[in-house]
Structure formats: C-alpha cells, structure tokens
Design a protein around this ligand. Structure first.
Ligand SMILES: *Cc1c(COP(=O)(O)O)cnc(C)c1O
Length: 385
C-alpha cells in the first residue's frame, strides 16, 4: 500500500483505488457473492464475499491508512462494527464506557452483551483521575467518544490511553464525530477506532455503514475472524458509496466546521439561548483539550432555549433545517435528544447530565451559512411564547 503524507491526498488515492485489471479510476463494484476456483484449493485470492470482496477491501485499506492503523474492517452499520469489536471480549470482562457514549453502544452492552456476561460500567472519561480510579481487575477495555453526544464533552484521549495502558486495558475510540480528517485516536495511543460511517464518512445520508480499524496484527487477525464468523459485512455497492463519500471528506469537513463556528457564535449572542455546547467556542470546557488533539472541533452543536420558548413550535417552524435522526450529511439536521436519541434514559438521570427537555442538537450542514442561521433564528422567534 502506498503511503501518503497529506490526508487530503490520501482521501482520494489511498487504498489502491485504481482497478489493477482495467485501470478504471473508480473502484468497480464487484457485485458477486462467490468466485471461480481454478481447481481444488486453487483460488485467485477470493473465495466468498463474506470473507473478502475486492470493493470492500479497497474501503478497508483506505480507512486503515486514514486512521494510521494496521488493518480496517467494513460492516453493515456502525453498531455492527461496535458489536464485532466488543466480541473480542469474554464473559467476566468489564468494559468501561464514557458517560455520554452513543445510546446504541450503551444498549448493546446493557441488553445484548449482558447475555454473555460481558459487563460494562460507566466512567467519566473527561476526568482522567476519576477514570483511573474506576479501573478494577475485571476491567479489560475502555470505550469512549470525543466530543461525546449530546453535550459535546471532550475527553483527553492521550491521557486516558496512558492511564489505561498502565492497567493493560484496550482503548477503543468511536471517532464518528470528528473522522480521521480532524482527529486520529490511534496516534494518540488508542488501540481500536470504530466509526458510524453512516455519518460524515459517507456524508450524504444515503448509506448505513460501519468501520473498525486496529493498530496491531494480533487484533487484526482476531477481528478478521470475528467479521467472517459473525458476518455483519458491508455490501459491495455500499462500500463503493463510502469510497466515493470519503473522497470529498476534506472539503466537506472544512465547510462543516467553518459553518458550525459561525452558527455557534450567532447562537451564543441570541438571548433566547440559555446554554450552548460546542468545543469550538473559547469558553467551552473542552476547547483547549480538543485543540490539542484535533485539527478542529467538528460541526455538532447542542443548545438550549429558555423557558419562554415552545420547543415544538421551534421544530415545526424550521423550513430548511430538517428534523431527523442521524448527522454528518451535507444537509443541516436537528434532533431533540430528550425524546429521540436519549429517550431510553429516565428523565431524572437525563436532566442530571444536562439532557433537558429544552436541549436541541444541531448537525451543521454545508449549505450557505446565512441560510442556516436565518432559518434557525426565524424558528426561535416563532417559538416565543
Ligand atoms: C450513529 C452512531 C453510531 C451507530 O452507527 P449506525 O451506523 O447507526 O449503526 C455509533 N456511534 C455514534 C457516535 C453515532 O453517531
């Protein structure tokens, strides 16, 4: 695999995207489940598409190179990628999870891995000392996100990795919100990175996909075995869509961030906004740490309207910004964490961690930023009681 020094170039060329046989500039979609064998045991490099597919392989080597890892694996969703990574552990093992991990990560541990006695405990990874104090003999790994949803809590990944290594833990980082264009957790000491590629990597809200990258050969062999055994692989067409999406990740992220910074500044000035969470604002508690470990703060913003506003009217008054689950696409999306992404959490607990009924999460798209701001401001006005 050729190595690229600059990520903007790697996004477009890494993973040997040019087809060896035909010279096709775009990776062909090898829409096949099986491959001709020239005799017993005489394979041409592929035998069955769960085990290996040329289109998926290009994507897998592309993400491995972008994250600076040893090997990459593509799955049918972010949750399938997380499930494969969690399948590295055994009954009796405990995984520490950050207090604000993605709801689905919490759910799969709480309701599925629970059947196999793989346990979890919640730890505040934004406080390295508290995290280290939570490590007991049964803890084998930590899984975290930075910034973490929906309050955009930043974790010092290098500090956590250093503390975790002292105790021999595997460090898993869900890098969905920043992508390798803005943050590379393996370079900060993590062992495994997972992605919901459904979000920024795909970037066009047209594919559900997951990726995992690990830093060493031993884990790569185990993950390849789990991927082939449990079978949650990404299909050739969806692999193609992701390769295509990743080519423009750099220009998209630059614009996402540029827009998000402007939207956040404007919201902060708006008297109707009671609080705002975005690590790109200088007075955000995560600003310095995020700046140290990432190229930019990403484009996810949460904010809270004061009690003089009706949140239902706000959502119904938006004309451009779309109320929907998911994030990271070219179009701006909003969601209501209390009733959507975090609905499973009891209200008292939600309120305690800041996920109030007035909290709004915004995925800032790459439209003209004045249009985004104008739409949000008119909806805030309309929502005045
Ligand atoms: C969406 C998301 C996931 C789950 O990914 P799917 O592709 O929906 O399965 C995991 N982590 C984060 C941070 C996400 O936003």
């Amino acid at each position: 695999m050729e190595k690229y020094t600059n990520i903007e170039t790697a996004l477009i060329h890494a993973g040997s995207q040019i087809d060896e046989r035909t010279g096709a500039v775009n990776t062909p979609i090898y829409q096949t489940s099986t491959y001709k064998q020239d005799g017993l045991g005489k394979m041409r490099g592929y035998e069955y598409s769960r085990t290996g597919n040329p289109t998926r392989e290009v994507l897998e080597s592309l993400i491995a190179e972008l994250e600076g890892g040893y090997a990459g694996f593509a799955f049918g969703s972010g949750m399938a990628a997380t499930t494969a990574v969690l399948s590295l552990f055994k009954s009796g093992d405990t995984i520490l999870i950050g207090s604000n991990v993605y709801g689905g990560t919490f759910r799969v541990l709480d309701k599925v891995f629970d059947h196999f006695d793989i346990r979890y405990r919640i730890a505040d990874t934004s406080d390295t000392e508290a995290f280290e104090n939570a490590i007991t003999d049964d803890v084998k790994a930590v899984m975290l996100e930075s910034p973490a949803n929906p309050l955009m809590t930043v974790t010092d990944i290098a500090a956590i990795a250093k503390a975790a290594k002292k105790h021999g833990l595997t460090v898993i980082v869900d890098n969905t919100f920043l992508t390798p264009y803005l943050q590379r957790p393996l370079e900060l000491g993590a062992d495994i990175v997972v992605h919901s590629a459904t979000k920024y990597l795909g970037g066009h809200s047209d594919v559900v996909a997951g990726l995992a990258v690990c830093s060493d050969k031993d884990t790569a062999e185990k993950l390849a075995f789990i991927q082939n055994s449990t079978g949650g692989v990404l299909g050739p067409f969806d692999s193609f869509l992701l390769i295509k999406g990743i080519k423009t990740l750099g220009v998209r992220m630059d614009r996402h961030v540029e827009n998000a910074l402007k939207v956040a500044e404007r919201l902060k000035e708006n008297k109707a906004v009671k609080s705002i969470y975005y690590p790109g604002l200088k007075d955000d508690p995560g600003y310095e740490t995020n700046k140290k470990q990432a190229k930019a703060p990403g484009a996810m913003i949460s904010f809270e309207l004061d009690e003089r506003h009706d949140i239902n009217v706000f959502f119904e008054s938006l004309k451009l910004v779309c109320l929907a689950e998911s994030l990271g696409g070219v179009e701006s999306l909003v969601c209501h964490p209390a009733t959507m992404t975090h609905a499973a959490i009891p209200k008292e607990i939600r309120e305690k961690v800041g996920i109030t009924d007035g909290l709004i999460r915004l995925s800032v798209g790459i439209e003209n930023v004045s249009d985004i701001i104008e739409d949000i401001e008119q909806a805030i006005k309309a929502a005045e009681k």
